[in-house]
Design a protein around this ligand. Sequence first.
Ligand code: FAD
Length: 395
Amino acid sequence: MDFELPESSKMVRDTVARFVNEELIPLEPLTIRREAERGYEDTPIIPPEIEAKLQQKARDIGLWGIDVPEEFGGQDLGMFNKCLVIEQLKHSVVPFVLPPESPNLFLLKELCKGDQIDRYLLPYSRGEKKSCLALSEPGAGSDAAAIKTRAERKNGKWVLNGTKLWISNARRSDFMIVMAVTDPKADKRSAYTTFLVDKGTPGLTIPTSFPMIGEYHPYEVVLDNVELDDSQVLGEVGSGFAPISKRLGVRRLEIASRCLGLATRCLKMMIEQANTRQTFGAPLADRQAVQWWIADSYQEIEMLRWLVYQMAWKMDTGHGNVRLDGSMVKLQGTEMIARVVDRAIQLFGGMGVSKELPLEYISRMCRVMRIVEGPSEVHRWVIARDLLKNGLPSI
Ligand SMILES: Cc1cc2nc3c(=O)[nH]c(=O)nc-3n(C[C@H](O)[C@H](O)[C@H](O)COP(=O)(O)OP(=O)(O)OC[C@H]3O[C@@H](n4cnc5c(N)ncnc54)[C@H](O)[C@@H]3O)c2cc1C
């Protein structure tokens, strides 16, 4: 048993840390300003020309295709290294992600077959195509099994009808992964199918966007008699639920890694401020309230770190319970960052809530995280149900 990071992982981590310091931190004031100024518009927070340059720089220093298998042109460094990358990137609030995003990559790599590999998986792996997941609906969010979007067989085609809600990146995606009911009478294991729907497919519209707290701006997606061939079915007909659940597990791990990075940034800022800011003739560091904020934040961050690393390691070594572990890391990460950023804001006082610092941005961003990809209450429920049914997992 060895808790030391392998040298190769330290190299990945340090390379991303340098990239963040040199390229992303200088862009924070622009990020904060653009997020504040865009108001109801869905203007990208990073200007596209800057995003393209960042992607090129990341590629030049070898930060590309971290968790993409070698056969698809990637580095095959696995989920553990991808989590290190995501954590480091989130030492900055600049919403830069290294394509491809892991959750959809995970799904496509598991399920693409035949010419789907060339049409979707490879361009997605290379960062040439973007995608989104269209699962939630007006009547089905936490309870994803309640979706009503139907895919019916008519004249040798699949015909999709329904409305999807809160779909992130829908207008920027080249294709969507859409979940629909193919057999309304069947149980959860065989009622749902996932489809690959290209941008511009007749009947597919994105009529409304929803400005939200923080940097979020998801969309409504309407499918009105969208006709698809069999070649657009992702995976097997009727077997959509299990792979989507696993994909959500990957997203939850990714969210927890982001929380780790954001919280570490907050804690570094807290320590620096506590040591330099004087009130009533003494540094804030001398006050017990401040010391407790720092001590509690550090412990909570480290507890999450080991949950994240353990889940990533389990995924890379092909064991573990993605559903249970995903619920745990997501719950711990999103609730921890809320506490840490709140303490950081309190420590900084007026500066904490100003747009001079990234803390108010982080606090609004992280509020959403306790709702997306399943609210905290549902994750507690998932964990409890698993333990009550199966008992404690062995270590
Ligand atoms: C910014 C943003 C981006 C999103 N992006 C996407 C996306 O790209 N693709 C996609 O498919 N979806 C997306 N979603 C949808 C998201 O996953 C859902 O909002 C989330 O799952 C919660 O569903 P809901 O909003 O319908 O809330 P509901 O399901 O109505 O739940 C409301 C509240 O009820 C409580 N609750 C619900 N069930 C239980 C329970 N069993 N026990 C105890 N309490 C419970 C919780 O407190 C919960 O917050 C996004 C949402 C947001 C806000």
